[in-house]
Design a binder for this molecule. Structure first.
Ligand code: FES
Length: 107
């Protein structure tokens, strides 16, 4: 396991997210009610850049075909809007470790 430092905890916006690149991958770091969550930053459908998505009712909406994922759990909350181009699935969620005011994950 490798420990990756993602960002300062204080820079994660309550009710929103930040896209972070670390260790060659993209992650979304979000906060709700003071709790930090870390998810994969690429859509499970066609790899859309979720860092460019918008927050809709606690989920991030992929800017490519509109799949939505719960920001705290990674659960798919809305399937791709166009049924003929395949389906999305849940995003991987990582346990967020808070140390010295920074957010880390183990990969
Ligand atoms: S790439 Fe995200 S919904 Fe298609």
């Amino acid at each position: 396991m490798t420990k990756l430092k993602l960002m300062k905890e204080e820079d994660v916006p309550e009710g929103g997210f930040v896209g972070v690149k670390a260790g060659g991958n993209q992650y979304l770091v979000s906060k709700a009610d003071g709790e930090i969550s870390v998810l994969d930053g690429k859509c499970t459908h066609w790899g859309g850049p979720l860092r460019m998505g918008k927050v809709v009712e606690g989920s991030v909406r992929c800017p490519v075909h509109g799949a939505r994922y719960d920001l705290m759990t990674g659960e798919l909350t809305k399937q791709v809007g166009i049924p003929l181009i395949g389906k999305a699935s849940d995003l991987r969620r990582y346990e967020a470790l808070i140390e010295d005011g920074h957010v880390y994950i183990e990969v």
